[in-house]
Design a protein around this ligand. Structure first.
Ligand code: GLN
Length: 222
């Protein structure tokens, strides 16, 4: 299979010239974005474009206010340590166990994974029954944009950005559905109310995965 690379980019170039944030409609689901480190603002914008009331989460009290949570890309070791320092690790695990829809992207996918393909331990939220390899495509300069077909997402392939991205090396339970692959490895997986993507869906302006996540939140809040 050919390499997935279709375009290279300069960090920050996609942020230029963005439209102001739209207001959330009445009765919109409240979706938190974990805001300890990483790519928070672009997720807030994408969620708002999809009709959610999106808000930053930094504390257990903030977590209690949201119907669903996005774990953004960033540096999973840093985010994991901050989750412990801010006493958010166990509260997030408890909410996930209670069925809170949770969407992890890139570092967020790493944090949701039950296991990592590495010897050095790092703090993980866990719950998603996969073994994940960090930096599976190489270093920062090996970041790439590509288009992928996603099961259940209509309208043609999605335009996505892989930034020092992980990938799922092994699915550990039957309940994990693989929604997309690159080079034969899963890059989007779903397990009940958990959704995880190896890439950054929030920087390309293709909001279909966020829209599907926001739509999935509604039944839990009715
Ligand atoms: N390489 C980062 C990590 O291991 C993830 C990169 C990202 O989130 N864009 O945490």
């Amino acid at each position: 299979m050919s390499a997935p690379t279709t375009a290279r980019w300069t960090p920050g170039e996609r942020l230029a010239g963005r439209a102001p944030l739209p207001d959330a409609p009445e009765g919109a689901p409240v979706v938190g974005v974990l805001a300890l480190q990483g790519d928070v603002l672009e997720h807030l914008r994408a969620l708002r474009r999809c009709g959610a009331l999106a808000t930053e989460v930094r504390t257990a009290a903030g977590l209690a206010q949201v119907d669903a949570l996005v774990l953004p890309g960033g540096e999973s070791t840093t985010i994991g340590k901050l989750l412990e320092r801010f006493e958010l690790m166990q509260p997030i695990r408890d909410r996930i166990a209670a069925g809170m829809p949770t969407f992890g992207t890139c570092a967020g996918m790493i944090l949701l994974s039950d296991e990592l393909e590495q010897d050095r331990p790092q703090p993980l939220i866990g719950g998603l029954h996969v073994r994940t390899r960090r930096n599976a495509y190489g270093r920062q300069l090996d970041s790439f944009d590509t288009r992928i077909e996603v099961a259940g997402i209509d309208g043609g392939p999605m335009d996505v950005a892989f930034i020092r991205a992980p990938r799922v090396e092994q699915v550990l339970a039957d309940e994990v559905e693989v929604l997309a692959e690159v080079e034969g490895f899963p890059v989007i997986v779903r397990q009940d109310r958990l959704l995880a993507a190896a890439f950054h869906p929030e920087v390309t302006g293709d909001d279909r995965l966020h829209a599907a996540f926001v739509a999935s939140v509604l039944p839990a809040t009715l």
